[in-house]
Design a protein around this ligand. Structure first.
Ligand SMILES: Cc1cc2nc3c(=O)[nH]c(=O)nc-3n(C[C@H](O)[C@H](O)[C@H](O)COP(=O)(O)OP(=O)(O)OC[C@H]3O[C@@H](n4cnc5c(N)ncnc54)[C@H](O)[C@@H]3O)c2cc1C
Length: 326
């Protein structure tokens, strides 16, 4: 690990003022479960690390009549322990429960999960965000079994590593971002993630001196569920996830949203699967039809066509789980 200056401000404004205007000069530290690994492996080597640990306003969950507000420094453990979150957003709870280990759930934060960097093994081994050696794409030429099947026109082929992202998009969440001089802005969760086109960009709309400070999820009475397909119940990320949410009246779905995870450089809303759900009566055959629709537009790379079947299965099971939920 290269040495760096360590700052531990006690307000958001102070924290923003300690952040540089270009990526890589400074890094934000939350629970450290992702950043510390990147520092050790010198995937990033900032001059300063700014910890959010002492900013008490970033921690905790507030339940209001029509929404739940989650501070970005709330741990994943506290998120899943909250009774309102459990009652209204089982899709989110399921997404957290799949994460690696109790230690990561206890130390990792909601903001850190959403801002975690890609797990692409070429990126993590020093070949840059796009996994290139000179002009050669190591992803296209090499082992791409865990890479994207959607939105993979390049140069980004990695998948968004956040399991919470798809769930928050399907639940219609809004993210609040703080910048310098106390300025704040809001973005819909579905606008928060983006596919970088150059090495000087990152995977979200955050600017280098901005901090994600709050997530608000509306309480809309929607049925919702997440289904994950994993290699093992252990220290790993899923192959594919699907979160679905919809209103259900007399067995018929409306206001549906289907969002896939770990299949594209961003969480991947499936318009075709959502369309298949809207206005339809939910049963096993409709769920299978949604799964099939969710694969529309996929372009697997040489080693990851197996994900197509996983998408079909994850969506089908998420639809049935959501419909069956109390
Ligand atoms: C073995 C293992 C398995 C895992 N499995 C999964 C999984 O299945 N699904 C999944 O979703 N995740 C998984 N994770 C990732 C884990 O959820 C994240 O490491 C964790 O949530 C990051 O939170 P943190 O608070 O530790 O973030 P940190 O490590 O402190 O930060 C992570 C990144 O986010 C930035 N950041 C943090 N907070 C903010 C903020 N408020 N505003 C702006 N930028 C910020 C940091 O600068 C850094 O780049 C796994 C991790 C491990 C080690």
């Amino acid at each position: 690990m290269k040495s760096f200056e360590y700052a531990i401000p006690s307000s958001l404004e102070e924290a923003s003022s300690l952040l540089a205007q270009s990526w890589g000069e400074t890094e934000i530290l939350a629970g450290g479960t992702d950043l510390v690994t990147s520092l050790k492996q010198q995937v990033t080597a900032p001059k300063r690390v700014v910890s959010l640990r002492n900013i008490s306003s970033l921690k905790g969950i507030t339940v209001q009549r029509q929404s739940v507000r989650i501070g970005a420094m709330t741990t994943l453990a506290d998120l899943t322990a909250n009774s309102a979150v459990k009652e209204h957003f089982p899709a989110l709870v399921k997404a957290v429960q799949g994460i690696g280990s109790q230690q990561i759930i206890s130390a990792g934060t909601v903001g850190g999960d959403l801002c975690q960097r890609p797990r692409c093994w070429y990126y993590r081994n020093g070949f840059g965000l796009f996994g290139k050696q000179g002009d050669t794409s190591l992803v296209l030429e090499g082992d791409n079994r865990y890479h994207a099947i959607f939105g993979n026109e390049g140069p980004a082929y990695f998948v968004s590593a956040s399991s919470l992202g798809p769930a928050l998009i399907a639940l219609g969440a809004t993210l609040k971002i703080s910048g310098t001089k106390g300025k704040t802005r809001e973005v819909a969760a579905r606008e928060f993630f983006r596919t970088p086109k150059s090495e000087s960009e990152r995977e979200t709309v955050l600017r280098p001196n901005e901090i994600l400070f709050e997530i608000t999820i509306p309480i809309r009475g929607l049925k919702n569920a997440t289904y994950e397909v994993r290699h093992r119940q252990g220290l790993d990320w899923p192959y594919v996830t699907a979160t679905v949410s919809f209103a259900l009246k007399g067995g018929t779905a409306s206001n549906a949203s289907v969002v896939l995870g770990h299949v594209a450089p961003v969480p991947w809303p499936s318009a075709a699967a959502s369309k298949a759900l809207n206005g339809a009566r939910i049963d096993a055959s409709l769920a299978a039809k949604c799964g099939q629709a969710a694969t529309e537009g996929a372009k697997p790379l040489s080693g990851n066509a197996y994900k197509l079947q996983l998408v079909k299965t994850a969506v089908k099971r998420a639809v049935l789980d959501a419909a069956a939920a109390a």
